[in-house]
Design a protein. Structure first.
Length: 289
């Protein structure tokens, strides 16, 4: 069994997100705690956050997958961009201490000409710093696991291969100690890995074996379930509705049903509105049978 849901808006509050997701047929969901393009987060009511936690527990939702702003780039070449990104990441994690037991996913970033090694070091340093900050402010351990997302590898993007993510995880552990392993993980995006050159249509077992060899399947904590408009290895990152792209329905069904991926939250990031997501959630549930 997997958990399935889609992105919902935080604009009407936390409890309303849960109700919206459930009405679409989901038992997990993703959301941006601030505008996806950055900016300040709106004030959050502790009662509203608590009500969402009660709502999801009563309905046996899986872990929620919070998504960092797309504009965050903690390995940017410009210092002011790095500093602003670090503050967004820190603020998100501190706010989410009130909603523990979930996942916070973000794009590792682009090194913008600094070089892969510099970018990886900056990402690891940022992760260690924000975990320390969140724990200091809250007075307790980090309440939500941080996930690095697999990327398509366009431009100077970091995360387009499993080795990038392994190095970030290892360096963060080196900086912060072995407890960091339980605070970090990976979200695998089917469109991104396909566009990055991993053939999940022709050899899903082989891709998962490679993930385990490089990173370890114990680090895999969430799936972004998307089709792709592009051929394998294109490094373009253009999502498509389920079954209408190059990956196709049979391959995506195999992902949903794969025994190594059971128990994970699956998040749809396809180009849809509510009715499209409702239909895709229903489709995924038929694949699960």
């Amino acid at each position: 069994m997997i958990y399935i849901g889609n992105h919902v808006s935080v604009s009407d509050g936390y409890l309303e997100m849960g109700r919206h997701a459930a009405e679409l047929g989901g038992d997990t969901f993703a959301f941006f705690p601030r505008n996806p393009r950055g900016g300040k987060s709106k004030a959050v009511s502790p009662e509203d956050v608590r009500a969402l936690g009660e709502f999801t527990a009563e309905r046996r939702f899986g872990p929620l997958v919070v998504h960092g702003a797309y504009t965050m780039n903690v390995c940017a070449a410009r210092e002011e961009v790095r500093a602003n990104s670090l503050e967004m990441l820190r603020d998100d994690l501190i706010r989410l201490q009130a909603l523990p037991g979930n996942l916070y996913n973000f794009h590792p970033g682009s090194h913008v000409g600094q070089g892969r090694e510099t970018g990886i070091r900056q990402i690891a340093e940022a992760l260690d710093a924000v975990i320390r900050a969140a724990e200091a402010v809250s007075g307790g351990p980090l309440g939500n696991r941080i996930l690095l997302e697999t990327m398509a590898g366009k431009g100077s993007e970091i995360g387009g291969c499993f080795e990038d993510l392994r190095e970030i995880l290892d360096l963060t552990v080196e900086l912060g100690g072995t407890e960091r392993r339980d605070q970090l993980g990976v979200c695998l995006d089917t469109c991104h890995v396909w566009d990055g050159g991993y053939d999940i249509r022709g050899d899903l077992d082989g891709v998962l074996r490679e993930f385990h060899r490089v990173i370890g399947l114990e680090a895999l904590r969430a799936i972004h379930l998307n089709d792709s408009k592009n051929p394998c290895g294109s490094r373009k990152d253009r999502h498509e509705k389920l079954g209408l792209g190059e990956i196709g329905p049979e391959a995506l069904r195999a992902v949903v049903r794969h025994p190594l991926l059971q128990g994970l939250p699956f998040i749809l990031e396809t180009p849809n509105e509510d009715e499209g997501y409702r239909a895709e959630i229903a489709q995924v549930r038929t694949w699960m049978k």
